[in-house]
Ligand binder design. Structure first.
Ligand code: NAD
Ligand code: MG
Length: 387
């Protein structure tokens, strides 16, 4: 039995990943305020076990059931409930004591647990952008219905959120900054031959493999446009992507009078993670400070949507609406993995995504069932196109 206390109890979906591990650092630095109540992983059983021993959560979930026996036996002497399987993720988020659910798992797998957490009235600290890409309308409607707050963890969206703190006037434009990734100034010819190893070296951020590839193709920025459209209820025309290779200006908001507010800082995901946990307050931290004498010049340029067609496809998907972005996401998950395995060229990723978007049946007002079906069908089509 956990003792009752006033700490915010946090369920981290994906505690073994890049965001999850940094979230645990934030919790540890403020263990008078926060408690890691549930930890989950897909298949990194040993890291999950050591996290459970160190942080003593009430429950853990290993989503990949093949590791269940191993995790259960390793934690047999700990007062922790051990569950397995994707369905368990949808259950643990609803535990009575949980205050905040941090969605730090990757991909479409985030959709159902996030919906389940919203239905249970939990505050969402949202890192899993794929959930809003796939089903932004359904998810935001549910949040309104259940009066649930979604606090963005993605650095750009946290920046916009911070620019909007205290504002009551409408937004004219959101300025979403993009590093441009490792291939920003590559020619088409050079892009033809880039390898996974080259793409996995992001200039400014250390992240999981999937999002690092998405950053290299700029699909990540496309997803963030869609994420921003739903989080801040703006049209895609009100979102401008600005390439800013230094990743110091995390994003900005332009208001009706022409004033622009931006949020700046070192690239460090612990800042937005901590704010999502502590909102509406800011907490003391020892994270590196921005040094204006050291940072050099900040530069800005237009994104090239011909070389980075994934960004173009994302704008197209959000304009089409319905299940189009769900198709985009599913096809992207297929080609992203294929690229990492050396089974799909870098530029071919956009070709396959585009072809999948043309082939899969359009649904104007998708239900959750429609999304699940669209996801499965799009994966099938994308895999077929790749083969
Ligand atoms: P990661 O690959 O480092 O970690 C993913 C975590 O999710 C791991 O704990 C893994 O075990 C778990 N997981 C993976 N697949 C799963 C599945 N099918 N079912 C259950 N659990 C599963 O990823 P990350 O970089 O931490 O990114 C997590 C999410 O946060 C992504 O949606 C990403 O787009 C978003 N995000 C990450 C960053 C970053 O700096 N890493 C920044 C902004 C947004
Ligand atoms: Mg981001």
């Amino acid at each position: 039995m956990q003792q009752e206390n006033n700490k915010k109890k946090i369920c981290i979906l994906g505690s073994t990943g890049s965001i999850g591990v940094q979230a645990l650092q934030v919790i540890e630095a403020h263990d008078d305020l926060f408690e890691p109540y549930v930890l989950t992983a897909n298949s990194q059983a040993d890291l999950l076990i050591s996290q459970a021993r160190k942080y003593r959560p009430a429950a853990v979930v290993i989503a990949d059931e093949r590791h269940y026996e191993h995790v259960r036996e390793a934690l047999a002497d700990e007062p922790v409930q051990v569950y397995a399987g994707a369905e368990s993720l949808c259950q643990v988020v609803k535990m009575d004591a949980v205050d905040i659910v941090l969605t730090a798992l990757v991909g479409f797998a985030g959709l159902r647990p996030t919906i389940s957490a919203i239905e249970a009235g939990k505050t969402i600290a949202l890192a899993n952008k794929e959930t809003l890409v796939v089903a932004g309308e359904l998810v935001t409607d549910l949040c309104v219905r259940h009066r649930v707050a979604v606090l963005p963890v993605d650095s750009e969206h946290s920046a916009i959120f911070q620019c909007l703190m205290g504002e009551t006037s409408p937004v004219e434009k959101l300025i979403l900054t993009a590093s441009g990734g490792p291939f920003l100034h590559h020619t088409m010819e050079q892009l033809q031959t880039v390898t996974p190893a080259m793409a996995l070296k992001h200039p400014n951020w250390e992240m999981g493999a999937k999002i690092t590839i998405d950053s290299a193709s700029m699909m990540n920025k496309g997803f963030e446009v869609i994420e921003a459209r739903w989080l801040f209820d703006v049209s895609p025309e009100q979102i401008q992507v600005v390439v800013h290779p230094q990743s110091i200006v995390h994003s900005a908001v332009q208001f009706a009078d022409g004033a622009v507010k931006a949020q700046l800082g070192q690239p460090d995901m612990r800042v937005p993670i901590q704010l999502a946990f502590s909102y509406p307050h800011r907490l003391q931290s020892d994270f590196p400070r921005l040094d204006f004498w050291q940072m050099g010049s900040l530069t800005f340029e237009q994104p090239d949507m011909d070389r980075f067609r994934c960004l173009q496809l994302a704008f197209e998907a959000i304009r089409r609406g319905g299940n189009a972005a769900c198709v985009l996401n599913a096809a992207n998950e297929v080609v992203n993995l294929a690229f990492r395995k050396g089974e799909c060229g870098f530029l071919r990723m956009a070709d396959v995504i585009e072809a999948t978007m043309q082939r899969v049946a359009f649904v104007q007002q998708p239900t959750l069932e429609d999304y699940l079906h669209t996801d499965a069908e799009s994966r099938r089509v994308a895999a077929e196109l790749l083969a």
